[in-house]
Design a binder for this molecule. Structure first.
Ligand SMILES: Cc1ncc(C[n+]2csc(CCOP(=O)(O)OP(=O)(O)O)c2C)c(N)n1
Length: 614
């Protein structure tokens, strides 16, 4: 409610997704009257993209502060890359207000640890230390010394003993602004339900309405008209206009004048900033994308991805990212001259080292993206679970973030079931708006990235193999450009509609290609459908979907080294799914493929059985 009130009183204007002004306030008094009701611009939690002026979606505790670390990294990177002497274009600070819950959540701790390591002195967290959470006083579950913890993280820690002491708060903020080399935590001792005679300092003040009578008493304590509701007293709007409104307008016109002068002196950099702000891509962004020659031995998905990431980053200056300590395995390291590492002393580096902190990594990627950088984060596919809450928010916020997940199936063999994803694909496919791609060979990897890079309002997950996958001969099989339709016919047997359709993604595409050849030699006409992305396919016109999966062909087999759940959608009641029904096992990949049935013979057997043939 604090946020809705501030957005209302400051007269913040609404914009659309392209940042065009809509000529109405972001949050009207009527929205506030309809707090938490359908279509109100004052929903239950701050929602980026729904309410103009909200910088990030928060609500899952800890996400906001973790995201703020991404914003602080972005600010440092932008300043290093674009600021020039006398042109401090990117000179802002990032403030986040957090509660006990945020500081209890692991993601907050992961992010704070990295922020301290990176010395993000443009970052200030203000901790509303009211000792109350939903179940009561924090003494029941949270008694650590937060100040000492943050000192250990190498933060500057300040304490203000009374949230009503405005001068002390101003002092603390001034100290933050002067502090270099460390982020700042201001521990602000406060009272939840302040002014409410019976509910102050109680958990009841957290989530329950105070009740008619208590509201009246609270208003009395503030000297507020007791019977008025949604009152904005005379003079308040004028006060806001003359204060934050005038300062904001002045700061904006000063910045715009600075940027105009900058544009005159550094036109190429100014164009970059424009493109980045509009989430466009620079001319020539695709020019170094590789093309892979047919090769039965092939290339690992992760290796192809590494080549593609480097080609993209070379031509998109604001494309950056990294891994949660698995760069050498994920192949996400940018290696071209000048790419460099992002560290406290080198804030222009393009390789981020998130450390073993998957959850904070994903939240930080969100923060980078909210600051308009094009960012990716990487880890093993299995550990996407550790990052999932932030990936979900990425989708909710409609951010074009990129999550690169390698070791997407049983390819890591000996690592065993703790490292072998099973339910990850289907669970990520269940996130609305998230584009999930699992390319089947190196050229599909290229096309997957070509598709992903052009997304402006959707996050993407790319699931990549650890092991080499054959690079298909595209003179024989259809072009990998079909990836942009989510699924495409790679090959058909001659002679009209096929008898059976074989569908697969990722490493299993080569398996159905082999099965297709065997079936052909036995006179069975099968179609190969490579389906790297359900979501993209679902968004194709019905006519295209019918072309790829004609309703008349009901004999279908889907093969994927993941949970079989959901594939009925494409194979129908009479179809077969060769998928995982249990966790994997620790053994060399070949043995696992045999044990779990991911071999061409198994597909051939299922096909002949389905068709009632020998
Ligand atoms: C990740 C997550 N877990 C649980 C919740 C449910 N929840 C909402 S508020 C809250 C307590 C937060 O306490 P605090 O941060 O001290 O906020 P205050 O009571 O001061 O408003 C909880 C557990 C949530 N929003 N997010």
């Amino acid at each position: 409610m604090l946020l809705w009130s501030v957005l209302h009183l400051t007269g913040t204007r609404a914009v659309n997704a392209e940042y065009e002004r809509l000529g109405k306030p972001s949050v009207s008094l009527d929205d506030i009257r309809h707090f938490r009701q359908l279509d109100s611009k004052a929903p239950g939690h701050p929602e980026y993209h729904w309410v103009s002026g909200v910088e990030t979606t928060t609500g899952p505790l800890g996400q906001g502060i973790a995201t703020s670390v991404g914003m602080a990294i972005a600010r440092k990177w932008l300043a290093d890359h674009y600021n020039r002497p006398s042109f401090d274009l990117f000179d802002y600070d990032i403030y986040a207000v957090c509660g006990d819950g945020c500081l209890m959540e692991g993601v907050g701790s992961e992010a704070a640890s990295l922020a301290g390591h990176l010395g993000l002195d443009d970052l200030c967290w203000i901790y509303d230390n009211n000792h109350i959470t939903i179940e009561g006083n924090t003494r029941i579950a949270f008694t650590e010394d937060v100040a000492v913890r943050f000192l250990a993280y190498r933060w500057n820690v300040l304490r203000v003993g009374d949230a009503n002491d405005l001068l002390k708060i101003e002092d603390a903020l001034a100290i933050f602004r002067k502090t270099t080399g460390r982020p700042t935590l201001i521990i602000l001792d406060s009272h939840i339900g302040y002014g409410s005679p019976h509910k102050i300092d109680t958990a009841a003040a957290h989530g329950e309405p105070l009740g008619e009578e208590e509201v009246r008493l609270t208003k009395r304590a503030y000297g507020w008209p007791e019977d008025s509701k949604f009152l904005v007293p005379d003079g308040v709007r004028e006060h806001f206009d003359a204060g934050i409104g005038a300062r904001g307008a002045e700061a904006r016109s000063r910045w715009e004048a600075l940027f105009a002068a900058y544009r005159a002196q550094f036109p190429a950099l100014a164009t970059e900033i424009d493109e980045m702000q509009r989430r466009e891509l620079p001319v020539g962004w695709e020019r170094d994308l590789p093309s892979f020659s047919p090769d039965p031995k092939g290339v690992a998905g992760r290796d192809a991805s590494g080549e593609v990431l480097n080609a993209l980053a070379k031509n998109i200056p604001w494309f950056l990212g990294g891994s949660a300590d698995l760069g050498p395995s994920n192949k996400t390291t940018l290696k071209f001259a000048g790419a460099g590492d992002f560290e406290a002393a080198s804030p222009g580096g393009r390789n981020l080292h998130f450390g073993v902190r998957e959850h904070a990594m994903a939240a930080i990627v969100n923060g980078l993206s909210l600051s308009k950088l094009r960012a990716y984060g990487a880890t093993f596919f299995i550990f996407s679970d550790y990052a999932r809450p932030a990936i979900r928010l990425s989708a909710l916020m409609e951010l074009p973030t990129i999550f690169v997940f390698t070791h997407d199936a049983m390819g890591d063999g000996e690592d065993g079931p703790t490292h072998q994803p099973v339910e990850q694909l289907i669970s990520l496919r269940a996130i609305p708006g998230l584009v999930v791609l699992r390319p089947g060979d190196a050229n599909e990897v290229v096309e997957a990235y070509r598709y992903i890079l052009q997304l402006r309002h959707q996050p993407a997950v790319i699931a990549l193999s650890r092991q080499a996958l054959p690079t298909f001969d595209r003179r024989k099989y259809a072009s990998a450009a079909g990836v942009a339709q989510g699924a495409y016919v790679m090959a058909d047997a001659p002679g009209g509609l096929p008898e059976i359709i074989l569908i697969a993604s990722g490493s299993e595409v080569s398996l159905i290609v082999d099965a297709h050849e065997v079936l052909a030699s036995r006179g069975i006409r099968s179609r190969i459908v490579s389906m790297p992305s359900w979501d993209i396919f679902e968004h194709q016109p019905q006519s295209y979907r019918e072309e790829v999966l004609p309703a008349g062909v009901t004999a279908r087999i889907a093969v994927e080294q993941g949970s079989a759940l959901g594939w009925e959608r494409y194979v129908g009641a009479g179809g077969r799914v060769i998928g995982m029904k249990a966790f994997g096992a620790s053994a060399p990949l070949k043995e696992l493929q045999r044990k779990f049935g991911f071999e061409p013979e198994r597909v051939v057997a299922a096909a002949t059985e389905l068709l009632g043939r020998k």
